[in-house]
Design a protein around this ligand. Structure first.
Ligand code: SF4
Length: 329
């Protein structure tokens, strides 16, 4: 039994109408436990054979179309909405909405929103269907709710590292509905506005300030350490949606102009073992997923920086102008 809605009927209809004989399934880590149950239903109902992607999947930027090309007729990707990138296999995106038992927790947010009038309401793909009710609740309690579409995102949606739906939204405070700290942190750093998290999983309302301060202190320490670096590795992703090759080349030239060395390194998975052969380098710049430098920083022996952090290291940007890295499509 699951709290997720997987739109199985819609998937079955698609498979039948396409006459697909082999269907690929791909899930982010949190949803992968449902893979065999969904595969069984598809095979029983349509007679198509299912191939499940067992590799880690980090986001809509990491679709298994390249790996599955020639093996499947149709790929179903769960848990994300599409980014504006081409796929090598026809791909159907299933948002997998999470059904919450109750939204009582929203009432508590009113205490945190006292004295504020204009609220920017934001969430991730799994909770988009809750935005309307949440907006109504806030409006009934005297708030003005603002939401907008971003580049490649729906109204009120933050998707991975795409925060374009909150840029330039004229609000006093953002209210983020969902779990985790990465998205609220991104909203805070890209807007400099207060962010209140309404987390229905932990049944908790909190602000992002303490977490954001802690992350910024860590980032400052990494930047300070990297300031002494003479040799940099620039990590480039071979994942279609995370590849920023042009940016990587610009960064390499930028580093050389400062009289330092820089080496471009292409990787599919970025993790501490994959960097082990490059320990002669002093610091790494991640042009792949922006979360790697921020979320996984403690796992690495050498400083991992975002492109904007490199600019600070090289004196081309002030610390006061610190910005969250975003992959812009
Ligand atoms: S690159 Fe962006 S969308 Fe992809 S996994 Fe990282 S944060 Fe998410």
């Amino acid at each position: 039994m699951t709290n997720y809605q997987f739109k199985i009927d819609e998937i079955l209809d698609k498979i039948r109408s396409m006459g697909a004989k082999v269907v690929g399934l791909q899930f982010p880590e949190g949803l992968k436990v449902h893979a065999t149950e969904i595969a069984r239903e598809i095979e029983n109902e349509t007679g198509a054979m299912v191939l499940i992607s067992g590799d880690p999947c980090y986001g809509a930027c990491d679709i298994a179309d390249v790996e599955m090309e020639g093996l499947v007729d149709f790929l179903v990707h769960f848990g994300h909405t599409p980014l504006p990138i081409d796929h090598k296999v026809p791909t159907f995106f299933v948002e997998a909405h999470y059904q919450l038992e109750s939204m009582e927790i929203l009432k508590e947010s009113l205490i945190h929103l006292e004295g504020t009038e204009k609220i920017g309401l934001v969430t991730t793909t799994q909770h988009l269907h809750l935005l309307e009710d949440a907006a109504r609740f806030l409006e009934e309690n005297g708030k003005q709710v603002l939401m907008k579409e971003g580049k490649g995102t729906l109204k009120g949606q933050v998707l991975g590292c795409n925060f374009s739906s909150v840029h330039d939204l004229p609000v006093d405070t953002f209210l983020y509905l969902g779990s985790g700290n990465f998205h609220p942190l991104g909203i805070k750093l890209s807007t400099k506005k207060p962010v209140i998290i309404v987390d229905p999983y932990l049944n908790q309302v909190r602000d992002i300030d303490e977490f954001a301060d802690r992350i910024l202190r860590i980032r400052f320490a990494r930047i300070t350490r990297a300031s002494e670096a003479e040799k940099f590795g620039i990590l480039v992703s071979s994942k279609g949606g995370q590849s920023r090759w042009e940016l990587a080349k610009v960064l390499k030239k930028m580093i050389y102009k400062e009289g330092k060395e820089a080496y471009l390194i292409l990787l599919d998975e970025i993790n501490p073992p994959s960097l082990m052969p490059f320990m002669d380098l002093d610091a790494f710049i991640v042009t792949a997923c922006p979360r790697i430098a921020i979320d996984d920083s403690k796992m690495y022996e050498k400083p991992l920086l975002t492109p904007q952090e490199l600019e600070i290291v090289l004196g081309r940007r002030d610390w006061e102008d610190y910005e969250m890295d975003e992959i812009k499509y």
